[in-house]
Design a protein around this ligand. Structure first.
Ligand code: NAI
Length: 329
């Protein structure tokens, strides 16, 4: 079976070769993202493998179908970049529902610890033999209240980590988990009482811009907002305003609304045109990472093995329904 692999990064290749070769999956690694301009590269392939910033809209789905592609295998959990409705009756779509909730939850905590205790600034100072502590004061996480929005696999691991720090947890989920032991509240209460708010829900029509001027207005002054889920959960302009108004105390962003053309690429020698992102990065109380929360060796290994399994089961006539994305789900 022939797989066209889009948006390839060097760290993708070893794992996919390790699992793909013995399974008889012939993989062609393409550097460009999949989109309307590049979809013709998929000609002659049975399936395409895509990641978070590939664009699989209705036009791309139609082109893939016409080219004879049978399946889309996402090497990620979120599938908001794929027009699932357009795939109906044309292409089967599989994903990696869980490759390491720990990787993402631990990165969320890493960002929180960094922005709070300013370790990123301290590191740069001491490398320059500047041993001043001026401006490095943080706050104890112990005893603080963290609001977790979305208590699926990642949200629950993050809540467990926070419990280890002695934090109080408030949770919100559209479908609360009865067995979680979490204290579920409605969003207004979570906004009003949380010192830290961490987003772990998927991007849907309902959750788009869940963090906006109105929700920020309901939050505590000085709140820290963490987003390791999807960029468009946050209205970036409203976040910037909230920070400039000193209402939002800090923001930790592993994802960004308009990350598609920027993240995963090296623009260090360029003038970045995205003024909102540049403004965020210029703020001392904001940390931006380039959608890297998933990036651990364990997660990469799980991603490769599950994706190859998705392919071999589908083409072997025994698709894994637990990893298939269907419009009605
Ligand atoms: P999951 O499916 O286990 O959990 C998502 C939770 O969100 C579920 O409990 C669901 O009921 C809840 N939810 C759905 N609609 C909601 C709404 N309207 N309001 C509140 N909660 C709602 O997913 P998992 O594995 O925990 O991943 C969460 C998100 O993390 C993914 O959707 C993905 O966008 C993001 N992610 C980010 C990564 C990164 O590298 N930064 C890597 C992996 C996932």
């Amino acid at each position: 079976m022939k797989l066209a692999f889009f948006d390839t990064k060097s760290y993708d290749i070893p794992g996919f070769q390790r699992y793909g070769d013995p399974a008889g999956v012939e993989i062609k690694f393409f550097e460009p993202n999949l989109n309307e301009d590049t979809v013709s590269l998929a000609a002659g392939f049975d399936a395409v493998c895509v990641f978070v910033n590939d664009t699989v809209n209705a036009a791309v789905v139609d082109s893939l179908y016409r080219l004879g592609v049978k399946a889309i295998v996402l090497r990620c959990a979120g599938f908001n970049n794929v027009d699932i409705k357009a795939c109906q009756g044309k292409l089967r779509v599989f994903r990696v529902p869980a490759y390491s909730p720990h990787a993402v939850a631990e990165h969320a905590m890493a960002l929180l610890l960094t922005i709070n205790r300013r370790t990123h600034k301290a590191y740069i100072r001491t490398r320059d033999f500047n041993f001043s502590l001026q401006g490095l004061a943080g706050f104890d996480l112990y005893g603080k209240t963290v609001g977790v929005i979305g208590t699926g696999k990642i949200g629950r691991v993050f809540a467990d980590i926070c419990k280890g720090f002695g934090m109080n947890i408030l949770a919100y989920d559209k479908f609360p988990a009865a067995d979680s032991g979490l204290n579920y509240v409605e969003l207004p209460e979570l906004f009003a009482k949380s010192d830290i708010i961490s987003l772990h829900c998927p991007l849907t029509d309902e959750t788009r811009h869940i963090i906006n001027a109105d929700s920020i207005a309901q939050m505590k002054k000085g709140v820290t907002i963490i987003n390791t889920s999807r960029g468009a959960l946050v209205n970036t302009e409203d976040l910037i305003t909230g920070i400039k108004d000193r209402k939002v105390g800090a923001a930790c962003l592993d994802v960004y609304e308009e990350e598609g053309d920027l993240f995963y690429e090296d623009y260090s020698g360029h003038i970045v045109e995205d003024d909102k992102l540049v403004r965020l990065i210029a703020m001392p109380n904001v940390i931006v990472t380039s959608h890297q929360a998933f990036l651990t060796n364990e997660a990469l290994d799980n991603i490769a093995s599950t994706t190859v399994n998705n392919l071999t089961r589908f083409f072997g006539g025994n698709p894994d329904t637990s990893t298939e994305v269907c419009y009605h789900k």
